[in-house]
Design a protein around this ligand. Structure first.
Ligand code: C2E
Ligand code: CA
Ligand code: CA
Ligand code: CA
Length: 278
């Protein structure tokens, strides 16, 4: 496969799908990767727009493949969904994200929450709350410090979503709706979900200054969130103008390259908390 650069990393032009002859090969490779610890978690800071402090981190998975190099989630998560192995990966992510935040909080790094992206498969399995409860017990992280990100499309089955979100919310974990504005929202139902945050998709933030309809969309989402008593996180903030617009319109939290790209735990510690890399 021919290589080209993305974020300075080495990726392949052909899709992973083409590289694996069949689902079984991929499945075996993912199982091997789980065992040999090829998955790594990167963390991107979420900043309180009022005082500029880091309040949380979003967990973003990467596959550091022994032969194929660094693989980004959009290239393997959909395939992992198809093989069903996403559940194992997903549980590994929740557990390791919780362990990491527990570790940081134990050394007095004042990060309030770690957020984890859920796959549709994970959200639609009925033992999710049990799994999350188990991980919290095992890692010793208090539930308020964990946030789970779901997307609008996962909530299409409204009654199921209401029930599952309530189970999670009863555990004490926080819930956010990710990529908000990109799906057909069951806007009518939003108030029935026990959620805490709306995350504005970066596609709206991107053209904030030039695209009037994107700017309006953001304005509308924030007003609606305020009406519903939800807090708003904007993703993909890359410059001061975007930050200023979001601040002026009442957005609560921001994340994006303007502050930091996603970093490994070690990079994160040395970048923001002056801990030495080892
Ligand atoms: P997402 O949850 O919407 O995450 C935001 C994506 O935007 C991330 O890409 C992040 O690295 C990137 N990003 C952050 N700041 C900026 C910015 O300022 N500008 C631009 N252009 N991009 C920015 P990434 O890490 O490649 O992840 C892609 C998607 O993969 C995520 O989208 C999420 O849906 C999924 N994903 C990531 N980790 C996991 C995971 O552990 N489990 C599951 N199920 N999905 C995951
Ligand atoms: Ca997300
Ligand atoms: Ca997004
Ligand atoms: Ca997403």
């Amino acid at each position: 496969a021919k290589a080209n650069g993305r974020n300075g990393y080495f990726i392949y032009e052909s899709t992973l799908e083409k590289l694996y002859k069949d689902k079984l090969t991929l499945k075996l490779d993912i199982e091997r990767a789980l065992e040999s610890e090829e998955f790594v978690l990167h963390y991107q800071p979420q900043i309180d727009i009022k005082d500029g402090r880091i309040v949380g981190v979003e967990t973003l998975i990467r596959w550091q493949h022994k032969k194929r190099g660094l693989i980004f989630p959009n290239d393997f998560i959909p395939l992992a969904e198809e093989t069903g192995l996403i559940s194992q990966i997903g549980e590994w992510v929740i557990k390791n994200a919780c362990l990491q935040l527990k570790k940081w909080r134990d050394i007095n790094i004042p990060i309030m929450k770690v957020s984890v992206n859920l796959s549709a498969h994970q959200f639609l399995k009925n033992d999710l709350a049990q799994i999350v409860e188990g991980v919290l017990a095992e890692t010793g992280l208090a539930p308020v410090h964990l946030e789970l990100e779901i997307t609008e499309s996962m909530t299409m089955e409204v009654n199921y979503a209401i029930k599952t979100i309530k189970e999670l919310s009863d555990l004490g974990v926080k819930i956010s709706i990710d990529d908000f504005g990109t799906g057909y929202s069951s806007l009518n139902y939003l108030k029935k979900f026990e959620i805490d945050y709306l995350k504005i998709d970066k596609s709206f933030v991107n053209d904030i200054e030039t695209d009037k309809s994107d700017a309006n969309m953001i304005h509308t989402i924030i007003l609606m969130a305020q009406n519903l008593g939800l807090e708003v996180v904007a993703e993909g903030v890359e410059n001061r103008e975007q930050l200023k617009f979001l601040g002026n319109h009442g957005c609560d939290f921001v994340q994006g390259y303007y502050f930091s790209k996603p970093l490994t735990a070690e990079e994160f510690e040395s970048e923001f908390y002056n801990l030495q890399k080892d």
